[in-house]
Ligand binder design. Sequence first.
Ligand code: UD1
Ligand code: UDP
Length: 366
Amino acid sequence: PEIAIVLGTRPEIIKLAPIIRHCRERSIPHTVIHTGQHYSDSLNDVFFAELGLPEPEYELEVGSASHGKQTGEMIVEIEDVLLEAEPATVLVQGDTNSVLAGAIATSKLSIDLGHVESGLRSHDRTMPEERNRVLTDHASDYLFAPTDQSRRALREEGIPDERIHVTGNTVVDAVEQNRTLAAERSSVFDDYDISRGEFCLLTAHRAETVDDEDRFASLLRGAGRVADALAREIVYPIHPRAANAVDEFDLVIPDGVRTIEPQQYLDFLALESEATLVLTDSGGVQEEACILGVPCVTLRENTERPETLAVDANVLVGTEPDAIHEGAVEMIDRTPAWPNPFGDGEAAERIVDAILRDEDRMTVTG
Ligand code: UD1
Ligand code: UDP
């Protein structure tokens, strides 16, 4: 195949779906390699089904483990597949361990590596995702930066301009392809008895938040305060990592906060679109809230999506209850007139075009 796409987690499936779809529409030979980092139905299978993606050609079933073991096993397995499939280019997306493994396996072979969503920087080296991003960017031949700001970050690290392509973020392609479908098809409001426009949406799953008992407890107290102050229910589709932490630390979910299962993409988009406010520590959710025109309160000290702060769609508040409360009060009345900084929804096409252009050139020049 021309292109092998390595993915393994929920956000990668969602943000690579537009590229897979585009390859299919243009009959570009491609193959999908799933590392198995996410394997629960609610983080994996449901997305393939509703995004109309075929089953991956390769399922590596690596599963959960320590970072080194998980990443190492993925490298071994991805290398075997690449040797068999012989793609010209491998694409990875984002900042997970699956991305780092795909990057290392590819860069040890004479295969080009493309990094989708390149140049994001939180400048917080305690996050495993930050290390994965930096390492992957420096191993890549194609750096698909979503914005000019991400291009600047790459230039500052000395990456040559000719490797960098500003394409927009494929999250915009995904939102545009699915938001109408979500509004038409989702029954999430009836299923959970949620009133449109009268609730806030919460997600929190990052290791640095939920693996720390005090931080996670503080975040939950803050969410409870917001529910009281705004007299609105907070709906929290809870990632398994966070659900495990609630059990392990025996944390109390405050009144006014309702945990539900992780949602399918269309249902989650429907919830995001109709929420009065989004509270999150997720990367993709900060972007989607900004694109959908819903004010966002980010429960972290930093963000690798500063574009959302620059357009006044988002504030950083950390995990202290007072700060969460103040941030929510500040954002709830914000008029969602900001521009979308993440592109025009044609990122997938630009990414595939950039790869094919180079391959053509190589064929012509021999
Ligand atoms: C991973 C990414 C994170 C991303 C998130 C998207 C890394 C370092 N982290 O975090 O950047 O934001 O995916 O959701 O790559 N689990 C299940 N079912 C699954 C997968 C995991 O129950 O299908 C549970 C297991 O208890 C596992 C824990 O979640 O130990 C953590 O899973 P892991 O893949 O290590 O990281 P995520 O927290 O999902
Ligand atoms: N998402 C979803 N269902 C949920 C929560 C999130 O479909 O219950 C989607 C969301 O729309 C976004 C992506 O998952 O596209 C974000 O993934 P996550 O927060 O797990 O990872 P991050 O973006 O922080 O790496």
